[in-house]
Design a protein around this ligand. Structure first.
Ligand code: SF4
Ligand code: FES
Length: 226
């Protein structure tokens, strides 16, 4: 089956009978959750890379939702509902890498929903300060040698997680500002913080990562691309 390039230059859509899969290239940091999935839905080096009709629509959706950056999204053509947000918003601090967000997300600076439907629910945000695609991760942490294992020292109130939209905005040349119910999960998998507001470091210099400690000022952080 031939793949079809949509008119939006960063998007590639792979059509299937009951579900289409769309890939947003600038958001993909090649984590590989799609390629490692069982079966031949995604096959590296094969044209097309993705063939939705080799799997059931449910299996296609299952694999697409593993994509932690929102680069992959899907459109059901069989009347089944599209992607919805999980009940609770989570920010996972990765080992030497980005912040992975899942939930009901409103990310300032994100492309419009029809340009990047996945990041309404899944996103990888830069926390090393080096991405050229801020607020999203572009893997610049690898070349830049960013080191932080993703431990979280501060502990918030660990009550029941709330529900609602998590809004993420950016302070000028400063942190990510989170507003709305969310949990922060350390790279170990421990839920370390629950709250409604936080300023998270995106310059890479804080001594209290993932939180901002004001070090962006002395570091002279300039969020180019904002
Ligand atoms: S799972 Fe998403 S981010 Fe990872 S390689 Fe696939 S499309 Fe790219
Ligand atoms: S943004 Fe890194 S310390 Fe404030």
């Amino acid at each position: 089956m031939a793949n079809a390039q949509t008119p939006k230059k960063h998007l590639k859509t792979y059509p299937g009978a009951s579900v289409d899969v769309t890939w947003n290239k600038p958001l993909c940091i090649h984590v590989g959750e799609c390629g490692r999935a069982e079966g031949e839905l995604f096959t590296a080096g094969h044209d097309p890379w993705c063939t939705p009709d080799v799997s059931s629509a449910e299996d296609v959706v299952d694999v697409v939702l593993r994509c932690p950056t929102g680069a992959l999204s899907y459109t059901r053509k069989d009347g089944a509902p599209g992607e919805t947000a999980p009940a609770h918003n989570r920010v996972t601090v990765s080992n030497h890498g980005p912040l992975y967000l899942t939930g009901d997300l409103a990310i300032g600076g994100a492309p419009s929903e029809d340009e990047a439907p996945g990041v309404r629910f899944r996103a990888a945000l830069c926390r090393c300060g080096l991405s050229k695609n801020k607020p999203f991760c572009d893997n610049a942490h690898e070349e830049g040698g960013f080191r932080d294992r993703g431990a979280v020292g501060k502990r918030g109130e660990l009550g029941e997680p709330g529900t609602g939209t998590l809004t993420v905005s950016r302070a000028e040349n400063g942190p990510l500002l989170l507003s709305g119910p969310f949990s922060i999960v350390a790279s170990s998998g421990r839920v370390a913080f629950r709250g409604q507001k936080a300023a998270l470091c995106r310059c890479g210099s804080s001594k209290n990562k993932p939180f901002c400690d004001g070090a962006h000022r002395s570091a002279g952080f300039v969020a180019d691309g904002d």
